[in-house]
Design a protein around this ligand. Structure first.
Ligand SMILES: NC(=O)c1ccc[n+]([C@@H]2O[C@H](COP(=O)([O-])OP(=O)(O)OC[C@H]3O[C@@H](n4cnc5c(N)ncnc54)[C@H](OP(=O)(O)O)[C@@H]3O)[C@@H](O)[C@H]2O)c1
Length: 281
């Protein structure tokens, strides 16, 4: 597996997105833990989670507790980077923002307990809250860092302006925005180029389309043509293509089926030719 630099850490170039293991159609706990173990055995060293990866407000922290349980008996657990997030809520299954400082502090404390750690390696602000000044949300997370509860800070769902406003308050090692073959907004809004210039890791979420564009990625004629030439799937080409686009891009595909995970691991070994990459744009 290729690697990427994220702040002080060298991690696998493909991370595992934990979300599908904790939403409504989640697998059994035993199957989910098997999948996480298979990801680690396959060389993945970054797992992305969030307090709100759960069904609703009644099981906040489900995904963090699951990952903590999966790592408990692993001798390699100190080599695995678990990145979590705070700043959203899950009332009756909705996903509203809550960037109020008091919420960020309470959410971080709850994530520390759910993950069973004394310090969170990477704590990401899940999304800006339109009703809270961005500097107030970031300031609360900066204070969590000063207090030693988190090591590094990441942002999610942000613009270049929000990245720079945050960096004036606290160092930022990662930005997590939506990005895949059919969603080029990360180039249109300048965030990927900015992260590349500033050496900020860009965690590409929903990299095989998420729930809305998954079918379109699988049916894309360009991806299918390149996939055929490699005996791969269009999803594997979509992941391998992302890795070629910038040294700071680190896709974090989600998986709840073992077959999806195995395909993600194959994508980590898939090398595309320069002509293929140029053709895919
Ligand atoms: N920061 C944010 O606001 C935000 C938002 C959304 C997601 N995320 C993060 O990003 C991660 C990934 O996003 P996502 O889960 O929405 O979408 P995704 O990575 O595009 O994956 C969607 C689904 O595609 C399937 N899949 C994945 N890799 C595959 C492959 N190689 N071949 C065939 N099928 C494959 C999986 O289905 P099965 O589940 O059936 O295996 C997966 O659940 C999440 O888990 C989460 O950690 C962050």
């Amino acid at each position: 597996m290729l690697t990427r630099q994220m702040g002080p850490w060298t991690v696998s170039a493909l991370g595992l997105g934990g979300m599908p293991l904790s939403l409504r159609r989640r697998p059994s706990e035993a199957d989910a833990i098997n999948l996480i173990h298979a990801a680690l055995d396959g060389g993945i060293t970054l797992i992305d989670t969030a307090d709100v990866y759960c069904i609703d407000h009644r099981d906040i922290g489900h995904n963090e507790r699951l990952i903590s349980k999966a790592l408990r008996d692993r001798s390699d657990r100190t080599k695995i980077l678990v990145a979590t997030k705070g700043g959203l809520e899950r009332p009756n299954g909705a996903w509203p923002s809550n960037g109020r400082p008091e919420h960020m502090i309470a959410a971080c404390d709850a994530s520390l307990r759910a993950l069973g750690v004394e310090k969170i390696a990477l704590y990401q602000i899940h999304a800006p809250d339109d009703e809270v000044p961005w500097a107030d949300t970031v300031g609360a997370v900066a204070r969590l860092r000063e207090a030693g509860k988190i090591q590094e800070v990441g942002l999610s769902n942000v613009s270049v302006e929000q990245i720079e406003e945050a960096r004036a308050i606290v160092p930022i090692v990662s930005v997590q925005n939506r990005c895949h073959f059919l969603d080029r907004s990360g180039w249109e809004d300048g965030v990927i180029d900015h992260c590349t210039r500033e050496n900020i890791c860009f965690l590409a979420y929903s990299p095989v389309g998420g729930s809305s564009d998954y079918a379109d990625i699988g049916a894309d004629p360009q991806l299918i043509a390149v996939a055929r030439a490699h005996g791969a799937s269009p999803y594997e080409v979509a992941l391998a293509w992302l890795l070629t686009k910038s040294p700071v891009i680190l896709p974090i595909p989600g998986a709840s089926r073992m077959s999806s995970l195995q395909s993600i691991l194959r994508a980590g070994e898939l090398l595309l030719g320069d002509g293929e990459v140029a053709g895919l744009g």
